[in-house]
Design a protein around this ligand. Sequence first.
Ligand code: COD
Length: 300
Amino acid sequence: MVLNTLNDLKSIVSGAPKKKLILAAAQDQHSLGAVIKAWKENIVEPILVGDIENIQNICSSNNYDISGLRIIHEPDVQKSIEMSIKMVSNKQADVLMKGMVGTSSLLKGVLNKEWGLRTGNLLSHFALFEVDTYHKVIAVTDVAMNIAPNLKDKIAIVNNSVSCLLRLGYKMPKVAVLGAVEMVNENMEATLHAALLSKMNQRDQIKNCIIDGPLAFDNAVSIESARHKGIKSEVAGDTDLLLMPDIEVGNVLYKSLVFFAKAKVASIILGASAPIVLTSRSDSEQAKFDSILLAAASCK
Ligand code: COD
């Protein structure tokens, strides 16, 4: 099975028990809108942690009905992050979500050695895009957490993403390791990493997926482009997961897909003891809702 649209995530969560979600520093309009929509659609059971007066004002001015919703008053942002993370760590919730707080503040809390959500695995960012010009949903990693992953990090990032795709119902996801070119160039580290990852996959050192690379972006997503360059590849033109060389390339692709190609996006952090919804503040309410859906589907 593959996802054709982000809406297909609904069929994965339907009928499954509702996941408990904690929204940290909940005084954020788009996050509240998305969480309440997911609550009304029986996808999650939310707990809001934050400044209650602020939360209530946002809800009343946007006509959000929050009667019956659990709210924990904690006006201090740092304390609300710590409390939310500890509640997830103590298994009082299944999913953590970022509200009105900076990405790196939340991630530093998640990585806290005493009360964070570390598991011993590398944590990584995983995004799904639905874009009209591609024949299915495409996953992209890592566009927001690991800044300059080395080979060992990239193995962990692929494993995190492939495990998530398997939980979503994929069988042998096709992974394209991106470079600027499709030939190994000893001066381009991304192409060296790509060749090593492909060989490790062939030798079964990285399992449950088909990896090919280096592939340039055009060969990864267009079979005509791959044929034109004489590339024979099981992955070219049918990629399920794009592995980015580093955060800059990843983040620019992410923003280009959303702003120029009007893609729909859902994203989470993987590798922690619970999925984390960590959309950026500029993301739409729809993106936050789809990310909640992805988080709920990924922890089924
Ligand atoms: N997974 C597991 N452990 C990690 C990870 C990871 N991805 N990153 C760091 N750690 C551990 C380290 O092993 C160490 O024990 C501790 O955490 C601190 O490590 P530092 O000093 O390298 O990390 P920090 O705290 O300075 O930074 C970690 C961040 C995740 C905050 C940093 O990597 C970062 O700023 N990433 C980019 C986030 C961002 O700005 N994204 C915005 C794009 S939208």
